[in-house]
Ligand binder design. Structure first.
Ligand code: EPZ
Length: 426
């Protein structure tokens, strides 16, 4: 199995191109199921999760053609044509490997009026139930049956618009409701909708496909159902979590990097904290720039929250920065109940972290020390890479298949800006 080897202590300088967003691309791909006509996505990131979603969609009969980009800074182009759906079944093996696979349920029910999709089950970062998705489909008239670990959803006469009030904010459930509503009869109102930029990206793509949607980016989304959707082309938005991760890389390793194609307004909550920690963050015509000129970062307190709050997907990376900051930082994880798995690994590198329920107290140390560590999930594993950039000596990160799920050519991007990082085979 491959590992990532990092020799720490090198400041970064240069440019990193930002890829298309994983968490937008996966749902945009699922949206192709809503129409018999082709959907063309550009700026698609090169990721294991994107390949897994393509495989799942192909098993439903979707014809997929990928044109690989020859330009390192530009994503691939993917044409998805679901002219005829030949199967509406997503197996446990598929959904267990990648939870986002569950997002095929709504478009399949909306278009085919019946689908059978495995329940995702638990995952490393928490239990992650799906009752909000199912309640939304039920409110729109689908009959939901749960048996042997599978959801069977049927709506023989099609879905009907409804008022859906979410008791708390869920990105996935908002996407389920929005996709289902595009082909439902009548109007759907989604109350307490997620406001994440990826929801806006999906909504804009659906609008380009002929859907009628209002209120994207607010907590109330209205969808007027239409008879059918049509062909469209859509560019996947830049990945704000990848952007934030590389911004933190500059803050932890020192130096100055420009993140080409980044959308800084989508990570305003992070940028405010980076500025507090001593970084200079500027918007540039091509993206954003972050500079950290040698000074030790200062500590800040962090609480994760739905957008526009601080993203849970950047919590582990900020903990790596706080581990070397001057002062003590209190980090509260409010979205997932088990998202501190990076803590024991960071501790192997000398981080001083105490956990009490959903709160981690991080006492910054002057220097981390390189060590052998293990990736446990996608964002946790990249926090170990960031810690390795700042640590004295050599760090090796094992189980990097987690990284390949969500970071497009990470070691290539970091080595281009001067990090001493390589993928090595055991
Ligand atoms: C999306 O997950 C992202 N995944 C996650 O990124 C991200 O951390 C999360 O949103 C929050 O921003 C994708 O987009 C593929 P939620 P999602 O529904 O949609 C609970 C990564 O590393 N909940 O907003 O699954 C849930 O357990 C991943 O890229 C219910 O209880 O997140 C969680 O505590 C990890 N019942 C909270 O709500 C439900 O029916 C928010 O989850 C649905 C959710």
């Amino acid at each position: 199995m491959d590992r990532i080897r990092i020799r720490g202590g090198k400041p970064l300088s240069g440019e990193i191109p930002i890829s298309g967003a994983k968490n937008a691309a996966l749902k945009l791909m699922a949206a192709a199921l809503l129409t018999a006509e082709p959907l063309t996505l550009t700026n698609v990131p090169r990721l294991a999760d994107v390949r897994a979603m393509a495989e799942l969609l192909a098993s439903f009969g979707v014809n997929i053609q990928v044109t690989l980009s020859g330009n390192f800074g530009e994503g691939d182009t993917m044409r998805l044509e679901a002219q005829k759906i030949t199967s509406a079944f997503a197996s446990y093996d598929m959904v267990r490997k990648m939870r986002a696979s569950f997002q095929v349920l709504a478009p399949l029910v909306a278009r085919e009026r019946a689908a059978k999709v495995s329940l995702p089950g638990g995952c490393a970062i928490g239990a992650r139930p799906v009752e909000l998705h199912l309640n939304a489909l039920e409110a729109m008239g689908a009959k939901i049956e749960l048996a042997e670990g599978y959801v069977t959803a049927t709506a023989p006469d099609g879905l009907t618009g409804a008022e859906i009030v979410f008791p708390f904010v869920s990105v996935g459930a908002t996407e389920t409701a929005m996709m289902a509503a595009t082909l439902a009869k009548g109007t759907t109102k989604i109350v307490n909708a997620a406001r994440e930029p990826e929801i806006i990206d999906l909504g804009n793509c659906l609008i380009a496909m002929g859907a009628e949607i209002w209120g994207l980016g607010s907590s109330e989304i209205t969808v007027q159902g239409v008879d059918k959707l049509h062909s469209a082309a859509h560019r996947v938005m830049p990945d704000r979590i990848e952007t934030g991760t590389y911004a933190i890389a500059a803050a932890i390793a020192g130096g100055a990097i420009e993140l080409i194609g980044a959308a800084p307004d989508t990570i305003a909550s992070l940028n405010a904290l980076l500025v507090k920690s001593g970084a200079v963050v500027t918007t540039t015509p091509r993206g954003m720039k972050i500079e950290m000129n040698g000074a030790r970062p200062k500590s800040s307190d962090i609480t994760t929250a739905p957008y526009p709050g601080f993203p849970t997907d950047l919590q582990a990376q900020m903990m790596a920065l706080m581990a070397v900051a001057d002062g003590t930082s209190v980090i509260k994880e409010k979205i997932f109940e088990n998202r501190f798995m990076h803590v024991p690994e960071l501790a192997r590198m000398g981080a001083q972290v105490r956990i009490d329920g959903d709160t981690a107290t991080v006492r910054g140390v002057e220097k981390l020390k390189g060590a052998q560590v293990m990736a446990t999930d996608l964002r946790a594993s990249v926090s170990l890479v960031l810690a390795g950039l700042a640590a004295e000596g050599e760090t090796t990160v094992g189980r990097i298949y987690h990284l390949d799920r969500g970071f497009d050519r990470l070691e290539e991007k970091l080595s281009r800006v001067g990090a001493d990082i390589a993928r090595v085979s055991e």
